[in-house]
Write a protein that binds this ligand. Structure first.
Ligand code: GLU
Length: 441
């Protein structure tokens, strides 16, 4: 059965980059009728925070990316210890004692000699007595996985055929000196034991994948299908990494972005399929194909989310927004009329506030000098409220009659006087919502 997972480390809020990973894994699982696991990668007790675990769940719920179960790496440490023992027994695991400074020096020397900065495996030559001495002096060493120095190959779901020479990669550290199991090992144990069949993640993990394939094989697991999506860049192709902090999902939510707008964009951005606004998750699932994605960096412009949000809202029925409209303060009996008028004239639901404020308190009238007398005359003819759907046509017909003005010269000054704007909703629909008319003077 198809099983995927989204595996965030709870060390911060998730952003559009993480969303891409979450969404692709979610869509693959749902399209195949499989399982989508939310895996919390919390083996780092210092940096992992419970508040981020909650925030990650909240963000995914907001998007409607439902998971079938949650797994937490911090609750599986005994599994990782067992795997580590197995690797030790097989002779694929060795203890190394170099300090970070020593490793740095080695790297610099290698680079100076024009060699790739790969760990030289000096620790493999240590005798037991030497290890004891080092342990006494420096404490526990780190544990490295001994890579088989051959080419590691796989067919990537996005990048195609990949071949990496293991000799060009350092033996990965899987357990730190303080005993902390690192992600590389924990992830492999989890993916194997949880039957994960597809792993989609960012292309910054490609080298990781190479080493993980060997670890999976050493532990007797089945290698999942890997796919690595390209990294997101800003609209001009600039690195996004520094700005991702401002592209947290919760910030987008706060700015009024609609989940389906965000999902519609992210399910297609970087693929050869066009971005199409979907209003239902089922459509998104149906129309998803990971094979359509390319390896080139993907340009992301946060501004693209707003027209999509506007279009999404435009087609929403009153029921979908009734709560928000009530919160804005619109009385129930005006809600339907209010939504009809505003739905085409908002970008996000935040704009509803401004519209209701305008209808409730009256707009500051905009009156051009040459229209001053005309507007005064028209306002004197405006009936007492409450207005209804006929008020606009009846009134403007009378004003036309009395002043001889017609067309734009008739309607525009009155629109500007009543709404303070030269664009906006159909005035016949606006009139019944106007509670106060400031232009009456
Ligand atoms: N916790 C890892 C990360 O956030 C997971 C990577 C993976 O999908 O294996 O980078």
């Amino acid at each position: 059965m198809t099983t995927t997972r989204f595996a965030p480390s709870p060390t911060g809020y998730i952003h559009v980059g993480n969303l891409r990973t979450a969404l692709m894994n979610y869509l693959i699982a749902r399209k195949a009728g499989g399982t989508f696991i939310l895996r919390i990668d919390d083996t780092d007790p210092e940096r992992s925070k419970e508040e981020y675990v909650d925030a990650i769940k909240e963000d995914l719920e907001w998007l409607g990316l439902s998971w079938d179960r949650v797994e937490r790496q911090s609750e599986r440490l005994d599994r990782y210890a067992e795997a580590a023992d197995k690797l030790r027994e097989m002779g694929r695991f060795y203890e190394a004692f170099e300090t970070p400074t020593e490793l740095d020096l080695k790297r610099k020397k290698q680079l100076n000699m024009g060699k790739p900065p790969v760990y030289d495996r000096a620790a493999l030559a240590l005798s037991d007595a030497e290890k004891d001495a080092l342990r006494a002096e420096r404490g526990q060493g780190v544990w490295r996985f001994k890579l088989d120095q051959e080419r590691i190959e796989w067919t990537d779901g996005i990048l195609g055929d990949i071949s990496i020479d293991a000799a060009s990669v350092s033996d990965p550290v899987l357990i730190r000196g303080d005993g902390q199991v690192l992600y590389t090992l924990a992830s492999v144990v989890d993916d194997t034991e949880m039957g994960v069949t597809h792993v989609v993640r960012g292309s910054d993990h490609v080298t990781n994948t190479a080493t993980q394939i060997q670890i999976i094989q050493a532990l007797g697991g089945t290698v999942p299908n890997f796919a690595h999506h390209s990294l997101l860049t800003g609209p001009q192709g600039e690195a996004l990494s520094k700005r991702l902090g401002t592209l947290a999902l919760r910030d987008l939510r706060e700015r009024g972005v609609q989940p389906m707008a965000l999902l519609s964009l992210m399910a297609r951005l970087g693929s050869s399929d066009p971005v199409e606004l979907r209003t239902e998750m089922a459509e998104l699932i149906d129309g998803f194909d990971i094979g359509r994605f390319g390896s080139a960096p993907t340009k992301f412009d946060v501004e693209d989310l707003f027209p999509l949000t506007a279009r999404y809202l435009h087609d929403q029925p009153l029921e979908a927004v009734a709560d928000t409209i009530a919160k804005v303060g619109v009385p129930d009996d005006l809600a339907a009329q209010f939504w009809n008028v505003t739905r085409e004239n908002i970008t996000t639901l935040h704009d509803l506030d401004g519209w209701w404020h305008l209808f409730r308190d009256g707009a500051d009238p905009v009156i051009d000098e040459e229209d001053r007398e005309f507007v005064a005359q028209a306002m004197a003819m405006l009936p007492e409220g409450p207005f209804d759907g006929d008020t606009w046509s009846t009134w403007t017909a009378q004003v036309k009659e009395a002043t001889g003005r017609k067309g734009r010269g008739l309607f525009m000054p009155l629109r500007k006087a009543l709404t303070g704007q030269s664009h906006g909703p159909d005035m016949s629909a606006v009139m019944p919502l106007l509670q106060v008319v400031k232009a009456r003077g």
